[in-house]
Design a binder for this molecule. Structure first.
Ligand code: FAD
Ligand code: MLT
Ligand code: ZN
Length: 475
């Protein structure tokens, strides 16, 4: 049981009564779900590592409905778990006990798109990949991309401040999100859905909700700035023999590719073994200890190819890179991206996964993997490292045949202490959710945590929004 493994007690929220259910059925006929079978997938996270036992799933269609739900829940002291595509990796997206699940699955309307400014306004439940397809038809793309694009919702992306595969080029959602509509815990609808590049009227309240993981309000609509669809995209998938070469290849390509560089991802040989073994993907590059994926996006294919080729010539001639392949056509580009994007999926086939998402000074990035491997020895099945190297973001993952307390104790708090020693962050992009919230002090001073708790108390005095998540419990 989740609550037992994590030693957490249910807070004194009200229990759902038949009268509550009747209220919600009247409010949204056919969209207040109590059937246990239909509820099941909403109660379990993507990793199948945590499970709640909610008895009610609500599927609102409008901000007005979300407002009515929250006003009622606030008056009745019922806890609520906002949920998007349920692809979160830190246990934040599913209830811990019997919280009502408030899903944005039916809030998938595009409200407007301005082809001059590139500003998209849509409801929070739009699926990231669908938005990208909509934009591509109009000559634009979403400023973020991630492996879970086929399921995750834009509201969930904003709530977690998701990073992903394009951050290096287009920056974080803290820059591209221009406005939000948010429903507060008491049902107040906060309309900050501005579609302006510049707006310095008072505090920038939307920033509070970006990355707040459903603990401060429910995001119901998003206004986001989208870049032009690049006319030319090239990919290079390269093999390096050691991590210093991975780093030097990065500095070289940054210098030589300049403004057209749009991704620099890395994975180690263990990751490659796993995607080959579990997903039957095949690597076109000769066996190497590390692989890097370099993407360029620009407006002139001849110019971009020339730049990429001279970079590759230099990287090969100087021995930084031992083997590699390039792609310009869509099919091969997708195939090469899947080697990197599908590591997460391959890991789930390898056994129980212990996931860490760490920001570090880029030069130290791989030392954590090496140290962890040495520390765990035979007690782990695989210790792998991959991630968004260009953003200084390591994904350290450890697999074992099954869950064990002793392995977890060998990993934590070692991994957090190691990270803190180098002034890193224990969550670069996935958030703290349920699994990491007790470790926030490794990355934030107590004064900052205290201020966060005061914001929480002000915006959600009864603590009904995603309890047990993000902020440490006081006892
Ligand atoms: P959910 O999982 O449903 O929810 C996540 C959190 O946000 C929860 O705390 C939930 O309560 C809250 N929430 C959801 N919707 C709302 C809302 N409308 N209002 C308020 N709170 C809300 N993450 C990255 O950052 N980068 C990656 O590259 C990346 N790749 C991934 C690849 C795979 C294969 C998978 C499975 C996950 C990946 N993730 C990545 C993690 C995950 O996809 C992201 O965190 C994503 O942004 C979550 O969106 P979601 O709609 O699934 O949200
Ligand atoms: C990724 O970059 O692949 C995602 O953040 C998911 C993961 O960490 O496995
Ligand atoms: Zn990632």
């Amino acid at each position: 049981l989740t609550s037992e493994r994590y030693r957490v007690r249910r807070l004194p929220f009200s229990r759902l009564s038949p009268r509550d259910v009747a209220f919600f059925e009247r409010l949204m006929p056919g969209r207040a779900v109590t059937d246990p079978e239909e509820l099941e997938p909403f109660n379990v996270d993507w990793l199948k590592s945590v499970r709640g036992c909610s008895k009610l799933l609500l599927k609102p269609q409008t901000a007005a409905e979300v407002s009515q739900v929250l006003r009622y829940c606030s008056e009745r002291n019922l806890a609520v778990n906002p949920q998007g595509g349920n692809t979160g990796l830190v246990g934040g997206s599913v209830p811990v006990f019997d919280e009502i699940i408030l899903s944005t699955v039916l809030m998938s309307r595009i409200i407007s798109f301005d082809t001059v400014s590139g500003i998209l306004v849509c409801q929070a439940g739009c699926i990231l990949e669908k938005l990208n397809e909509y934009l591509e038809e109009r000559g634009f793309i979403m400023p973020l991309d991630l492996g879970a694009k086929g399921s995750c919702h834009i509201g969930g992306n904003v709530a977690t401040n998701a990073g992903g595969l394009r951050l290096l080029r287009y920056g974080s959602l803290r820059g591209t999100v221009l406005g939000l509509e948010v429903v507060l815990a008491d049902g107040t609808v906060l309309d900050c859905l501005a579609s302006l590049r510049k707006d310095n009227t008072g505090y920038d309240l939307k920033q509070l909700f970006i990355g707040s993981e459903g603990t401060l309000g429910v995001i119901t609509a998003v206004s986001i700035l989208c870049p032009q669809k690049p006319k030319a995209v090239n990919l290079a998938f390269l093999g390096c023999q050691n991590f210093s070469q991975v780093l030097e290849t990065f500095t070289t390509c940054r210098a030589m590719l300049g403004e057209i560089l749009s991704a620099y991802e890395f994975m180690d040989e263990k990751c490659m073994e796993l995607v080959e073994k579990h997903l039957k993907l095949s690597c076109p590059v000769r066996d190497s200890h590390f692989y890097v994926l370099i993407e360029t996006s620009g407006s002139n294919s001849t110019h971009d190819e020339e730049k990429l080729n001279s970079f590759l010539e230099q990287a090969m001639a100087s021995g930084l890179v031992t083997d590699g392949t390039v792609a310009t056509d869509d099919k091969k580009i997708k195939m090469l991206w899947s080697l990197r994007e599908r590591i997460t999926e391959a890991l789930t086939h390898d056994g129980c996964v212990y996931k860490y998402d760490i920001s570090l000074p880029v030069g130290k990035l791989y030392d954590l993997v090496t140290d962890m491997r040495a520390r765990l020895g035979q007690s782990a099945k695989n210790v792998v490292g991959y991630g968004h190297l260009g953003d200084g973001n390591l994904h350290l993952n450890i697999t074992a045949e099954s869950y064990s307390h002793s392995l977890l104790d060998a990993i934590e708090p070692f991994v957090y202490e190691w990270t803190a020693r180098y002034n890193g962050s224990i969550s670069a992009e996935h958030g703290l959710g349920f699994k990491k919230k007790q470790f926030i002090q490794y990355s934030k001073p107590s004064e900052a945590v205290f201020l966060m708790q005061r914001f929480k108390a002000m915006l959600d005095p009864k603590g009904i929004l995603n309890p047990y998540k993000t902020l440490p419990s006081s006892s």
